[in-house]
Design a protein around this ligand. Structure first.
Ligand SMILES: [Fe+2]
Length: 212
């Protein structure tokens, strides 16, 4: 069974309760990312039919467990976030310290610096809008703001990457973005381990300015 068939098997269960299935999908994607090349992000794309079913699962989950979004998030006023922690919900392995964060990015969010999440891998599923994923294969200590790749991301994209991977996201004046970000393990949003800036500070605004 490939990863899309796996997602399909969960999203088509049509149960009222979607939390367990949502965590199962995220955990499977996390395992897939870790099994792949850990020097590169794993980038996937759900086709429209599958994505629509995924959205349906997400809506059912949110209906049963509304998420409250608040800003600032990671210091950014234009990013709102809220979360589901596995240990708080009726999911399998509920003693597991993982979580799904929902994030909403307003227009012109270009100031979240490049960073890593040491020891905590990520799965990101784009659920609405479009934006930009900036990433670098350079080692953390050697990062000097060069060799940054940029990928335009849109609904249905999935990105899996290890926690020590240099990255950030952005939107521009015509785009806004919503995504789910799966954290494994989840340290807590106020924990210093959650987020480490690169010694050389780089923000997407420099990419957007040079591209315009
Ligand atoms: Fe991040």
């Amino acid at each position: 069974m490939d990863i899309y068939q796996m997602i399909s098997s969960y999203v088509h269960k049509e149960q009222a309760e979607g939390m367990t299935d949502l965590f199962s999908i995220m955990r499977a994607l996390d395992r897939l990312g870790k099994a792949g090349n850990t020097k590169k992000p794993t980038i996937l794309k759900m086709q429209t039919v599958l994505f629509n079913s995924f959205q349906n699962l997400l809506s059912r989950t949110e209906k049963g467990h509304p998420i409250h979004l608040s800003s600032p998030f990671e210091g950014c006023q234009t990013i709102e976030g809220g979360l589901w922690e596995a240990q708080n919900w009726p999911v399998e392995n509920s003693d597991s310290f993982d979580a799904i964060i929902k994030l909403a990015w307003g227009h012109n969010t270009m100031n979240l610096p490049a960073h890593i999440h040491e020891g905590s891998s990520r799965v990101v599923v784009i659920t609405k809008g479009k934006g930009f994923f900036h990433f670098s294969t350079t080692d953390f200590e050697d990062f000097n703001g060069q060799n940054i790749s940029m990928l335009e991301i849109t609904e249905g994209n999935i990105i899996c990457f290890p926690g020590d991977y240099i990255h950030t996201f952005s939107t521009n004046e015509s785009s806004s973005l919503e995504f789910l970000s799966y954290h494994n393990p989840y340290f807590g949003l106020d924990d210093p381990r959650q987020y480490t800036l690169t010694p050389f500070e780089w923000r997407p605004i420099s990419y957007h300015h040079s591209a315009s």
